[in-house]
Design a protein around this ligand. Structure first.
Ligand code: ARG
Length: 592
């Protein structure tokens, strides 16, 4: 692989050098503050603040910088001029654009460099709960988490996946006891069960056992005794517990499969996976004084965490009845991930409503020394999925919407769109329409989740999601398919870069944006912001649409070389769209 220096980086370097030469006393502060601009290709604003700070005249300083930069024949910068109070407007050479892109195109990774110092990140994502239906919150964690896994791995980071499923807790006493008393509830009558059937059975059992638990004090007592057996590691009880976990996994995997997501069994390490560590975790916390006994419970206190009554709200690691909770598990998981898995970064893709929990857990782990200077723990906290009415997403009856139903509906809507767009030219078969409908529907759901910043709530609006106009994956996928169609029709003409050609404005705009792929990925990786990649791809598709409208490709007026050069831009755009969408977990059908 050959990493390619982007045009922005080369321009920045040249301006920074000229700035340092003009103003040696600026030292490390000699930052041109370069950004893309409408007036020229780039604008540099750094001279203003710098001149002000060092009591100089910004226009004069800008003039000196301009004088120190080679332009013209063969140079990257074609034109540079001072404007306004001391900005620099910079235009790069057409030749530089195409030769930089040619270097990108020659590389499998599109010239994107690896991060300077990659490390090891453990990502905690896609963590549904045993015996419970998955909902839109689990969708967000899975979709955002999977995108971060891909983006980070692309930058060279070593990524370890952890699916911290909810597979432990007192509710299992009730479930297991019910199953003992109704032993055939989870039987597979006609051989294998589908994910949907598995969940239906689990759901029925859950409801029935809960009803009994609430109505029958004697059952309640037996259920409580079961919890004790479970925690004591009683073999028979554990075997029954495992049936719930296995049955749930059939369901989880069917949903992940529908989501076109590759979740691997060894990465599913749920809450129960840390059982053996809980006692020690609590002992260390108590011995080091990080946790103290309060009303019989083992608690950690924080100066800045108080309830509405002004009293401190502690993190409870061990309840007064001796039971361990969510916090003890998460603290043990941190020890495992840092000490055994070698994590330098712990990333948690979890609902923002759990932010206080993680804040307290991270702080506790710091006090205990399990998180130290070399380790970072971050919650990638996501917002709530809202219905069209702007309220948390529920059915008309006020129940949680089943994720599977949503996905099926998205696929159905997308299939309708594909069928409607199908014509004699595209000539898709029914099978192809169905296959594309799946890739577009699932893509639409993922894209809607990934295209706004994760911390914000978003509206689940299928009409908008599968729209051909606007910021949707469908729009981006259509741009890709259109390019692939042109490439199929190219005949003898090959995509070949011709840096010597003069570029039309739409070609320059497309080219300059293509050049930003690596920088966008680096930003998305560093800030855990997949939406930056989504925005980049949407803009790339839009710029391509303008290019397509303004610049004939196969019938280019400038002759064979221009055809080749435009095909080259088409091809690189398609590869960039494909790679970018793949990192977001979204497919790119060849024909639409
Ligand atoms: N199972 C939890 C839920 O459904 C999410 C788990 C988040 N991860 C963690 N390490 N606590 O809300």
């Amino acid at each position: 692989m050959t990493p390619v220096t982007s045009l922005a980086a080369s321009v920045n370097q040249r301006v920074a050098d000229a700035l340092s030469a003009a103003l040696p006393e600026a030292g490390a502060a000699a930052d041109p503050l370069l950004r893309r601009s409408d007036r020229a290709d780039f604008q540099a604003n750094g001279m203003l603040a710098l001149a002000k700070k060092l009591k100089g005249n910004p226009r004069e300083l800008a003039g000196q910088v301009v004088a120190g930069i080679p332009t013209g024949e063969g140079a990257v910068i074609k034109e540079i001029e001072v404007s306004g109070p001391g900005f620099l407007n910079i235009t790069v050479a057409d030749e530089a654009i195409i030769s930089t892109l040619a270097a990108r195109a020659a590389d499998d990774r599109l010239g994107v460099p690896y991060a300077d110092r990659p490390g090891t990140t453990v990502i905690d994502y896609a963590q549904p709960n045993v015996a419970k239906e998955m909902h839109v919150g689990h969708l967000r964690s899975a979709v955002i988490g999977a995108a971060m896994v891909e983006i980070l791995e692309f930058t060279g980071e070593k990524v370890i996946r952890r699916h911290h499923i909810g597979d432990w807790g007192t509710q299992f006493g009730m479930l297991i006891q019910y199953l003992t008393e109704h032993p055939h509830e989870l039987d597979h009558k006609g051989g294998e069960v589908s994910g949907e059937e598995a969940m239906t059975n689990l759901g029925r059992l859950y409801k029935a056992s809960r009803a009994l638990f609430d109505a029958d004090p004697e059952f309640k007592e037996r259920a409580r005794a079961r919890v004790v057996d479970l925690q004591a590691g009683d073999e028979e009880t554990l075997a029954l517990w495992r049936r719930f976990v296995d049955e749930s996994k059939i369901y989880f995997y069917s949903v992940f499969n529908k989501l076109d997501m590759d979740i691997k069994d060894p990465d599913v390490v749920g809450e129960s996976g840390y059982n053996a560590m809980l006692e020690e975790t609590c002992r260390i916390l108590e011995e080091t004084g990080v946790a103290v006994r309060s009303d019989g419970a083992l608690c950690v206190f924080f100066d800045d965490v108080k309830g509405p009554d002004g009293n401190p709200v502690p993190l409870i690691v061990k309840k007064s009845n001796g039971g361990y909770g969510y916090a003890a598990t998460d603290l043990s998981a941190i020890r495992d991930r840092v000490q055994n898995l070698g994590a330098e970064t712990l990333l948690y893709v979890v609902d923002a409503r759990q932010s206080l929990h993680f804040k307290m857990v991270f702080e506790t782990a710091r006090r205990a020394g399990w998180l130290h200077e070399g380790t970072d723990a971050v919650q990638l906290a996501f917002g709530t999925v809202l219905g069209k009415d702007g309220k948390p997403f529920k059915t008309r009856e006020g129940e949680t919407v089943r994720l599977v139903d949503l996905l099926d509906e998205a696929i159905e809507r997308a299939t309708a769109v594909v069928r409607e767009k199908n014509n004699d030219k595209v000539a898709l078969t029914e099978d192809e329409i169905a296959a594309n409908g799946v890739q577009i529907g699932i893509g639409a759901v993922k894209y809607a989740d990934l295209s706004t910043s994760a911390s914000r709530d978003y509206k689940f609006d299928l009409d908008q999601m599968v729209s051909l106009n606007g910021d949707t994956s469908v729009y981006v996928q259509y741009a890709y398919a259109r390019i692939r169609s042109i490439l199929r029709l190219r005949g003898e003409a090959e995509p070949v870069a011709h840096p010597e050609l003069e570029l039309a404005p739409a070609e320059r705009a497309l080219g300059l944006h293509l050049d930003q792929f690596g920088e966008t990925l680096a930003e998305a990786a560093a800030g855990y912001e997949p939406h930056k990649l989504a925005a980049y791809l949407y803009q790339l598709a839009s710029l391509y649409t303008t290019f397509y409208d303004q610049c004939p490709v196969l019938k280019a007026e400038g002759g064979a070389d221009q055809v080749a050069n435009r095909l080259f831009l088409c091809d690189l755009t398609a590869r960039t769209l494909h790679q970018g969408l793949a990192l977001l977990g979204i497919r790119t059908p060849e024909r639409l």
